[in-house]
Write a protein that binds this ligand. Structure first.
Ligand code: SF4
Ligand code: SF4
Length: 74
């Protein structure tokens, strides 16, 4: 099956929208995301360079907290 490659322009998580459900962390097969439990419970982007822009984390998040921007590679 042919997959178009994507270049990740930006990946971030809006802490104000995050409810700490961990769904995005579980959805990411590359372990890009992690949880912080310091003051509030929220997800953060731990290894941004490992992100392949698949969008699984975006689809897993019910609150729209994950913000992913990609470009198609030529
Ligand atoms: S876009 Fe894919 S690789 Fe990147 S953080 Fe989300 S699930 Fe992980
Ligand atoms: S799926 Fe959304 S609400 Fe849940 S931890 Fe990830 S960013 Fe936060």
């Amino acid at each position: 099956m042919f997959h178009r490659r994507r270049e990740v322009t930006s990946l971030s998580i809006d802490k104000d929208k995050c409810i700490g459900c961990e769904a995005c962390v579980s959805a990411c097969r590359r372990r890009v995301l992690d949880m912080s439990y310091r003051v509030d419970c929220y997800a953060w982007v731990k290894y941004p360079l490992d992100c392949v822009g698949c969008g699984r984390c975006v689809r897993a998040c019910d609150t729209g907290a994950v913000e992913l921007v990609t470009n198609l590679k030529r």
